[in-house]
Ligand binder design. Sequence first.
Ligand SMILES: [Zn+2]
Length: 215
Amino acid sequence: MLLLHSVEAGPVATMGYVLADAQRSSAILVDVPLESSAQLTALLRDHDLRVTQIVLTHGHFDHVGEVASLARRLQVPVSIGREDAPMLEDPGSMFMSMPISIEGMTPQQLLDDGDVIECGELRLEVLHVPGHTTGHVALYERQQGILFSGDVLFHSSIGRTDLPGGDYDTLMTSITRKLLTLPDETVVYPGHGPSTTIAYERSHNPFILEYLEHF
Ligand SMILES: [Zn+2]
């Protein structure tokens, strides 16, 4: 049985996830929100998990807030979508007006569409889903039927497209071609808010329904 835990932390309530396979031999972290390190570290200790990799859905400050220090402490590589790597090098640059200083870092691995991240028995397929940021990736575990959607798809909502690199048409194309084509029962774990399913969003998400009406 899969082990999945979430933390919600930071000034804009960002989700981070801990994922481990049945053997509990190794674990992956998906996103490292600001002020999440203590919670994440406690989860790893309580479940006796060894992290092998940190994967970031995209480069926004609230998702990468504590990744540099945590990766250093855990001595693990960090991966992020290729086009978002520059944001990770300098995460504060987009948010000069914010009174938060965020340590940048150079990712060890750049992700492209179709890449596979392995963690024990788990296989996370990388889906490049631009539109919220240019290098945003979603992570799909086919066997378990779960998707980490970052800030692309939320419960009854979609990611904002008014920040640098954002584009509405690109986002909707990513959602309809890459995510809504996944099986109905796929459970979606987003970067903010509660989990949902592909079937629910296809039939209830007002932004998706409005878009599909016009195309
Ligand atoms: Zn974001």
